[in-house]
Design a protein around this ligand. Structure first.
Ligand code: FAD
Length: 606
């Protein structure tokens, strides 16, 4: 069993969103170094399957050979890679998210296969797994866990993507109550070519959103042609047309609760996509390092140039930061899910709560992971120069494929707004003490005696101070925005998104600090590399936070009868913004040292 926050003695457990209000305890945080030999063995199985079976077929996959993709999914099912999240009683392995995140990571380097896998195992399967009845689960989950059947998640429509709940597909119950008649058209549905089961969202009585389990062979189900996409050429993406499809009433998942089912599946989907991105980033780093080490210009290897080293270091730092967040979050969510008995009568309610609890963190990881992937894929092309712009080398495909992650399963703009809106909703519900925390943050930042740009002897102390400072900053901004613009301030999207960026940065820096603190007893090259990556990552996230905070401060009106926070006595705020941008050491030297570790390891140095 994996180490989790609950079985560590003396560990404090913070729940969703609470990281902003409290200081987390490194002993209670899961890091990739905590993966057990059994976890690593499962990861190795996935890695070996990709190396021996999937990656050699990349050319055919990219030509859109869906029969092959189906065959590969069946083989993945034989190895247990499709049922890893499914409880054992329903034919799966019932593994914790810390382990299934590792599977996602290992699968990602072939992104079309990874998306096919994620659409099936996460967004298509979860509504049934979390919201189905025992009978529904007994009927369908074993087929999905084994790969005997592949599934789709059919929510989006031509006129409702981000605004998914505005869907037009309708379900009408027959007079005898035995069947629903479904009519509508779904758009962008991944896995359509070879799926046997469609989790279709429709409105009952024009308003009650409900998920239905629709089998491929039900009369009235038909499909559009394959979409001609920018990337992910190996995935099947088609329209699903429902023309008077008669669905047995027992195939409805909780009438009127479909929006929960969709949102919960998407929360976990966002998390899993970015757990996969950790593997994608490591692969981009390795490909970039290998090329830089063999290509020569001006009589030197590219890897000898400071500006190329800077790119490799930045890639490594952002990978380290994402990996730290992903495994911390995986374990926190495991602690929510582990106590739930999947067969208990309350299972559905408990699953609702568990899947929603960490939605803020899932959204943070979605934004930071997908944007790191975009930046790194772009830099990989730059390192490859003209060759990077051709299809002969992998960065062009990586760049096209990863681009989906900033759009799919919630566009990043919508996800940023959701971070702030969830905080505000929880504050209204009394689950998040925004008022007290905001007052305290304002008081702290207005103190005359606030220390001026403190320097610490050790990087860990500086990172801890930065993490605490950023939490104050985020709480201060949230509170001031509510005070000055009203509780509906998130409608001023530019301000809300900037505040979301400071929240994201706070979570990232704290996750990096927690991981390094836990590792600090190690006296190893791995730890040395971790500290270099952490130094670069903290500088990067703090710069992002300061720039977002300054933007928000310029947008929130400083009313004349209220003290302007840029003047006295808001010295604390000015000092904080300054200190977040002042780190010990030359960033160029830290970057070169980190890049040297990457070059020495031929990629990921930990
Ligand atoms: C390859 C691929 C596979 C997919 N697979 C599936 C699948 O399996 N199942 C499924 O149901 N769907 C799937 N989708 C659909 C995907 O989830 C949607 O494309 C996505 O949610 C965005 O919706 P949209 O395309 O309608 O964009 P729109 O909603 O039209 O948004 C366009 C842009 O407008 C901006 N925007 C939108 N709303 C706001 C707002 N409130 N505030 C600020 N800015 C905003 C954002 O920048 C956004 O990117 C897939 C899409 C693709 C491309």
């Amino acid at each position: 069993m994996s180490l989790s926050v609950d079985n560590l003695p003396g560990a404090k457990r913070n729940r969703g969103g609470a990281f902003l209000l409290t200081e987390s305890d490194p002993r209670g945080v899961f890091t990739p170094e905590d993966l057990t030999p059994e976890d690593l063995l499962i990861g190795k199985t996935a890695e070996e399957f990709m190396r021996s079976t999937v990656l050699p077929q990349t050319a055919r996959i990219e030509q859109g050979d869906h029969e092959l993709m189906h065959d590969l999914m069946c083989k993945a099912g034989d190895l247990g890679l499709l049922g890893a999240d499914v409880p054992e009683i329903y034919g799966g392995l019932g593994l914790p998210l810390t382990t299934t995140a590792l599977i996602a990571e290992k699968i990602n380097p072939q992104q079309s296969f990874a998306l096919t896998h994620e659409a099936h195992t996460v967004i298509a399967t979860l509504p049934l797994m979390l919201f189905g009845t025992h009978e529904q689960k007994l009927k369908y989950l074993p087929r999905l866990a084994s790969g005997h059947w592949i599934a789709c998640f059919a929510l989006s429509e031509a006129n409702s993507g981000s605004d998914a709940l505005a869907l037009q597909t309708r379900a009408v119950l027959s007079i005898d109550g035995s069947r629903y008649l479904l009519n509508g058209e779904k758009m962008w549905i991944t896995n359509t070519a070879f799926a046997s089961l469609f989790t279709v969202f429709a409105k009952v009585d024009e308003e009650h959103i409900t998920a239905f389990l629709v089998e491929r062979d039900f009369p009235g189900v038909s499909f559009g042609k394959e979409e001609h996409k920018l990337g992910m050429h190996g995935t099947s993406t088609r329209r699903v047309i429902l023309d008077n499809v008669s669905v047995p009433a027992e195939n409805a998942l909780e009438v009127g609760k479909g929006h929960y089912a969709a949102l919960c599946a998407l929360n976990l989907g966002r998390f899993k996509l970015e757990a996969g991105a950790v593997g994608g980033l490591k692969s981009v780093l390795a490909v970039s390092a290998a090329y830089a080490m063999q290509r020569k210009a001006f009589g030197k290897h590219l890897s000898d140039f400071g500006l190329v080293k800077q790119k490799l270091a930045q890639m490594c730092a952002r990978t380290f930061s994402l990996e730290s967040m992903v495994y911390r979050l995986a374990s926190a969510m495991d602690a929510e899910f582990a106590p739930i008995d999947p067969t208990s009568p309350n299972a559905r309610e408990e699953y609702h709560r568990a899947a929603e609890e960490y939605s803020i963190e899932c959204n943070i990881v979605k934004v930071l992971g997908s944007e790191a992937y975009s930046a790194m894929a772009d830099e990989a092309i730059q390192i490859h120069g003209g060759y990077g712009y051709t299809e002969e080398f992998s960065p062009a495909r990586t760049w096209r494929d990863q681009r989906l992650l900033r759009i799919g399963e919630g566009a990043n703009e919508v996800v940023r707004l959701a971070i702030v809106n969830t905080m505000l909703r929880r504050a209204k519900q009394g689950r998040f003490a925004l008022r007290d925390a905001g007052v305290e943050a304002t008081r702290a930042l207005s103190r005359d005696e606030a220390p001026d740009a403190p320097f610490f002897d050790s990087f860990l102390d500086s990172a801890l101070a930065a993490s605490g400072g950023m939490k104050h900053l985020a709480l201060f901004l949230l509170y001031q925005a509510v005070e000055r613009l009203g509780v509906e301030f998130a409608e001023q999207q530019e301000v809300a998104a900037a505040i979301a960026d400071t929240i994201c940065a706070a979570y990232a820096v704290e996750s990096v600090w927690l991981r390094c603190s836990k590792m600090s007893k190690e006296n190893s090259r791995r730890y040395d590399a971790a500290i270099l990556a952490a130094q670069s990552a903290c500088r990067f996230h703090c710069e992002q936070a300061v720039s977002a905070a300054r933007y928000a401060l310029d947008c929130i009106p400083s009313i004349d009868d209220v003290v302007d926070w840029r003047d006295e006595p808001f010295t604390g705020l000015a000092n904080l913004l300054g200190s977040l941008q002042r780190w010990e050491g030359s960033p160029a030297q830290i970057g070169r040292d980190l890049a040297d570790r990457v070059i020495e390891a031929g990629g990921w140095p930990m």
